[in-house]
Design a protein. Structure first.
Length: 143
């Protein structure tokens, strides 16, 4: 994993290349340094480590010959159930007559499920592989 100093260094090099205006690049570098001072970069680093370790753990379980089948299928089954339930609720709200009290509850539950579907989609179709590829490309570019 890349350390905080390396992230700052890479960030500054990227800003120099991406922002041709020296004033804008200088301001962006100050903002990046401020984020580091406030600990926000450490928080982001911890979040990305957590996400990466969860995906890595799941990948290891999926290919392990010793892991029980339930451990291999529980995450995709839950993802499909959340997505399916969300679509079912969409259909209920759109096409069925629902009392106003029940409709409020259904809309609330649908909001929660929609947030979960967003997380499921980002987990399965998110930028983890793309991010990994971009990180490698950045390292090659900056060397």
């Amino acid at each position: 994993m890349i350390g905080l100093d390396a992230i700052l260094s890479i960030g500054e090099k990227v800003l120099d290349r991406v922002l041709p205006d020296p004033a804008a690049a200088a301001q962006a570098k100050l903002d990046l340094a401020k984020m580091a001072e406030e600990g926000r970069l450490r928080e982001l680093e911890a979040q990305f480590k957590d996400i990466d370790s969860a995906r890595d753990r799941e990948a290891k379980i999926a290919i392990s010959e010793y892991a029980p089948t339930i451990n291999k299928i529980i995450t995709p089954v839950l993802a499909l159930a959340i997505t399916g339930l969300s679509f079912i609720l969409f259909v209920i709200i759109i096409f069925m007559d629902v009392t106003p009290q029940a409709k409020d509850i259904l809309i609330y539950v649908l909001g929660v499920l929609s947030a979960l579907v967003t997380q499921v989609a980002s987990y399965y179709f998110g930028s983890s592989m793309g991010s990994k590829d971009k990180s490698e490309e950045l390292r090659r570019t900056l060397k």
